[in-house]
Design a protein around this ligand. Structure first.
Ligand code: TNX
Length: 503
């Protein structure tokens, strides 16, 4: 099967009757119910799986028999798959080694019944600010599958780089996928990395990632961030910019960070361009949700632009926020007509939310609460709690990172359902939550690993397990006694519990 290829670790058990495809490891589960049985038994190597639709979606029941045989019943195929991840945990850390292990295995005789609390358990990787090549992304697919996360959101475009091949607009990658140098951090005086940085994924690369993820019951959600965060595209096609106020031809791919004043020109031609891009995106990504960004689009250029002002009057949309809504509403309809759904950052609430839009609430949970109250689906992704680009301690040796400290405990104690929604009818609009890895300050896989882990392990538990009984000390104990060893076996360069490591 395709599972045998490439990066996939395959574990062969001693005395196994057949190879057990335990594809990835898995978080310390805090399963809904574990009934401990008698003495541990040697693993027979046999795993029987079946779908039992009396079990909840993505849920599973894992039974270790007295003869060391394992049965996994899943509410659906995904449930079977998550059950396999738990089996891999039960087999011990060596089961997570890519090189495999010949050590004999024992299993506790248990019955585990387990199911996720949320159906959107997401991780976002920004491959625009610093590019992660295909193999690095496939590796992350394995890592998040091991943690029973089921959405990989790829932030494919931004001011600092366009990373997806679009056949009808070749300059997006010819010009937009590389920058000549890169700002290091945000400190003054400015520091620069004078090396050029670039890279992009071909459509074939992306199809491979989508298929690899689908085998692991992970949906890849693409993001084309618009109408702000578009300077790489404007560098490639200057006519997409506000040419009546800005010399867009001179705008290169952005080399430093922050909210960028240069944004797309909000006119019909821009809509046609974006439709062309999204048509190709839809061909690659079967995901029902398609992310169109919508965040941090300063309106100064539109305020100063005579043509944008004329358009605001002509469309009768009131002001610049209305003009942004006009774009978002257009793509809400456009995606709906194609059987898809729009998701955007919470700024899409401003100026009137598009009818079918789902909101990814990043500036706290408030945007998500407002949207859910109005009957929209939301994904909670508050910067205060689940942004993995924030520093992990006050220690001076922490690598360059954003803003305030966001500790392992902060992430573990994250609660997706805000109190205003708890117990209300609208609570079901919270599809789940997402942890985001923005990569302005992380130029290598090693640094990304350091920022993501172990905080993503904490996040995974916060979105999988029930909120009752969540106990940080217990989580920390399980990390130390079990899960760090699994991360080690998988070769994850996580932040060690004692503190930062020098790079
Ligand atoms: C805000 S979150 C952004 C990103 C930055 C991030 C840094 C969001 C929708 N926009 O462009 O990378 O802060 O934490």
């Amino acid at each position: 099967s395709p599972c045998d290829e490439g990066l996939l670790p395959v574990w062969r058990g001693v005395g196994a009757e057949r190879i057990v495809h335990v594809t990835i490891l898995n978080l310390v589960p805090r399963p809904a119910r574990i009934s401990p049985g008698a003495e541990p038994v040697p693993f027979s190597g046999t795993v029987r799986t079946r779908v039992d639709d009396t079990l909840p979606p993505e849920g599973y029941r894992l039974t270790v028999g007295a003869d060391g045989t394992v049965e996994i019943a899943g509410g659906d195929d995904a449930g079977v798959f998550w059950g396999r991840q738990t089996l891999r945990q039960l087999l011990g850390p060596d089961a997570h080694r890519q090189a495999g292990s010949d050590a004999p295995r024992e299993l506790p005789q248990v019955v585990i019944e387990d199911a996720p609390r949320f159906r959107w358990r997401g991780f976002m990787l920004d491959i625009a600010r610093h590019f992660t090549p295909k193999n690095g992304i496939l590796r992350y697919v394995d890592l998040i599958a091991a943690h029973k996360l089921n959405v990989l959101h790829l932030h494919l475009t931004d001011d600092q780089g366009w990373r997806i091949e679009i056949k009808r607009y070749p300059k997006l990658t010819e010009v937009g996928s590389s920058r000549r140098r890169t700002r290091i951090g945000l400190a003054e005086p400015e520091l620069w990395d004078e090396r050029a940085h670039g890279g992009f994924l071909t459509q074939d690369d992306l199809r491979e990632i989508v298929a690899y993820a689908a085998e692991r019951h992970i949906t890849v959600v693409p993001e084309i961030d618009l109408p702000g965060h578009m300077q790489a595209a404007i560098a490639a096609y200057p006519e997409l910019g506000n040419t009546d106020v800005t010399d867009t031809a001179s705008l290169g791919v952005k080399t430093d960070w922050g909210v960028n004043p240069h944004v797309l020109n909000a006119d019909e031609e821009t809509l046609r361009f974006l439709e062309g891009v999204l048509e190709e995106v839809l061909e690659i990504f079967p995901s029902r949700f398609v992310h169109v960004g919508g965040d941090e689009c300063p309106k100064d250029e539109w305020k100063a632009s005579p043509s944008a002002q004329a358009r605001i009057r002509e469309l009768g949309v009131g002001d610049e926020d209305g003009l942004q809504s006009w774009i978002i509403q257009h793509f809400d309809r456009w995606l709906t007509e194609r059987g898809r759904r729009l998701v955007g950052w919470d700024e899409i609430l401003e100026g009137g939310l598009a009818e079918g839009a789902a909101v990814m609430s990043w500036r706290g949970r408030e945007g998500g609460v407002t949207a859910a109250m109005a009957g929209h689906d939301v994904i909670m992704s508050p910067t205060q709690e689940v942004y993995l680009d924030h520093r992990q301690s006050d220690h001076p040796d922490e690598p360059v990172a954003f803003g305030w400290v966001q500790s392992l405990r902060d992430v573990y104690e994250f609660e997706p359902v805000a109190p205003e929604l708890t117990g209300t009818e609208q609570a079901h609009h919270v599809l789940g939550a997402q942890a985001n890895m923005w990569t302005e300050h992380t130029e290598s896989q090693q640094r990304i690993d350091y920022m993501v882990f172990p905080r993503l392990s904490a996040f995974a538990e916060a979105v999988w397990s029930p909120s009752e009984g969540r106990d940080y000390d217990d989580f920390e104990r399980r990390m130390r006694e079990e899960h760090y060893a699994r991360l080690d076996a998988m070769g994850v360069d996580y932040r060690r519990p004692g503190g930062p490591r020098p790079y």
